[in-house]
Design a protein around this ligand. Structure first.
Ligand code: IPM
Ligand code: MN
Length: 382
């Protein structure tokens, strides 16, 4: 054993298919650590936040759960929401706003201001678009994850009456806009370098630049934050003359994600726009079953980031060993990437895990296989 850092991971399986897919992720982490003496990861699993905890205690998690999580280096979360099975009409149910609240509290509580959702379909994944160029899609959607439409400010007046009024305030700050836009440009450079070293260089715009950042707004109808985003984007872009720039209105972006998604590189969007665009991007990537996601704080590595797949609890298939674990495993690889910035053993493990998941998908994509059977195959290949 070397003097390598031991990474402390809080594992939150959550609800529905969460525990089933998380079980494969923790097995994979054990297998990766077993084959590399220099990788040290210590997982601690919590029963909260979850529906089950709420059923027993009247709340999704203990009151001090954020303090407990603060002691960890990273958080690995399966899914939150209706645990299913949907065949049980008497199952304990909570409103989405209650069951999913911990997700937003964790993102906010640890200032995980950046959500990264890569979209690069792996061979073997479902391809929903008929155009063969869909196999070349390679984009990264970067979602502002700390404010915007998700600040949860507002209220309801005269509730239930014909005079009812609801307000839902969206809030955008210079600080959060500038940091997310700058991060998008930084990632564009990283991606250009990766493509150059893999012999996959691309060209964007009239100047044939090696990468691009596309800003998404709705500035034709929502001019205040739209104009602020546009101005800050232009100022930050001036620091990255090697990166091409582009803008799309969110409705047109949805259209172009379907008509020619292979044109995009890095896409930066507000919290809600990013949320919507990344469900669409997940389909382009082969579906929710293969789409990873991360919630990170790139400016403060001392606060735990949270890694959770884009998918939810899938109550219709929960508890039946049917869920595809690839999204969770690829999300775990994103966690290892994040650790890999400081720890070469974690960087190696990320690569190994991603290679094993990719190979399994290429060999068996499209086959109906059990959750644990896919886990066995991937872990066997590690
Ligand atoms: C996501 C989810 C969440 C979000 C929900 C569950 C609150 O849709 O992670 O994309 O909107 O952020
Ligand atoms: Mn979403």
């Amino acid at each position: 054993m070397s003097t390598q850092k031991t990474w402390r991971v809080a594992v939150l399986p959550g609800d529905g298919i969460g525990p089933e897919v998380v079980a494969q992720a923790t097995r994979a982490l054990e297998a990766l650590a077993a084959r590399d003496d220099e990788l040290a990861i210590e997982c601690t699993t919590f029963e909260w936040p979850s529906h089950a905890w709420h059923e027993r205690h009247g709340e999704s998690a203990p009151a001090d759960y954020l303090d407990q999580l603060a002691a960890f280096d990273a958080i690995l979360l399966g899914a939150l929401g209706d645990p299913g099975p949907t065949s049980d009409p008497d199952r304990y149910l909570l409103s989405d706003a209650v069951s999913l609240a911990p997700l937003l509290e964790i993102r906010k509580g640890f200032d995980q201001w950046c959500c990264e959702r890569p979209c690069r379909p792996l061979p073997g994944a479902n391809q929903y678009l008929a155009d063969p160029r869909a196999a070349d899609i390679d984009m990264l959607v970067i979602r502002e994850n700390s404010e915007g439409e998700y600040v949860n400010q507002g209220g309801r007046l005269a509730v239930g009456t014909p005079h009812e009024i609801a307000t839902q305030v969206a809030l955008f700050t210079h600080r959060a806009t500038e940091r997310i836009v700058r991060h998008a440009f930084e990632q564009a450079r990283v991606r250009a370098d990766d493509r150059a070293s893999d012999g996959r260089a691309r060209e964007f715009g009239r100047e044939a630049r090696a990468s691009q950042v596309c800003l998404v707004t709705k500035r034709n109808a929502q001019r205040y934050w739209g104009d602020m985003y546009t101005e800050i984007f232009a100022r930050v872009a001036a620091d990255y003359p090697d990166v091409d720039t582009h803008h799309e209105l969110v409705d047109a972006a949805c259209m172009k994600f379907v008509s020619h998604p292979w044109m995009f590189d890095v896409v930066v969007a507000s919290n809600l726009h990013g949320d919507i665009l990344t469900d669409l991007a997940a389909v382009l990537n082969g579906g929710m079953g293969v789409s990873p996601s991360s919630n990170i704080n790139p400016s403060d590595r001392s606060r735990p980031p949270m890694f959770e797949p884009t998918h939810g609890s899938a109550p219709d298939i929960a508890g039946r060993n049917l869920a595809g674990p690839a999204a969770m495993l690829l999300t775990t690889a994103m966690m290892l990437d994040w650790m890999g910035v400081e720890d070469p053993a974690a960087a190696r493990a990320a690569e190994r895990l991603r290679t094993a998941v990719s190979a399994d998908l290429a060999a068996h994509g499209g086959e109906a296989r059990a959750t644990d059977a896919i886990g066995d195959a991937v872990i066997g290949a590690l």
